[in-house]
Design a binder for this molecule. Structure first.
Ligand code: SF4
Length: 89
């Protein structure tokens, strides 16, 4: 599911995608459209058992991924996290 990192050298730890729990899953599950809550819930449940959640979230935050579920967090949750960091929380 995770898009290739080609074209983004040096921005994420090598090899983490090969261990992703979402490998082979439908891309739409991780990029729910509108209010497809069930898709987001399915995605986050897969992320909950993923061994590379930290690497995935780090990649998403460092590359400004604004859409989809990354590292078990929705785009709104990642925005909240960035706001908390900016406030120094
Ligand atoms: S944390 Fe979720 S989106 Fe990221 S690699 Fe793991 S299963 Fe895929």
């Amino acid at each position: 599911m995770i898009p290739s990192s080609s074209g983004r050298p040096g921005r994420d730890a090598p090899g983490w995608r090969e261990r992703a729990a979402c490998e082979g899953e439908d891309l739409d599950t991780f990029f729910p459209v509108g209010s497809a809550l069930w898709q987001a819930q399915r995605a986050t449940s897969i992320c909950a058992g993923c061994p590379v959640t930290e690497e995935c979230l780090s990649y998403a935050l460092s590359t400004g991924q604004d859409h989809g579920i990354w590292g078990g967090l929705t785009s709104e949750e990642r925005r909240d996290l960035r706001r908390q960091w900016k406030r120094g929380a």
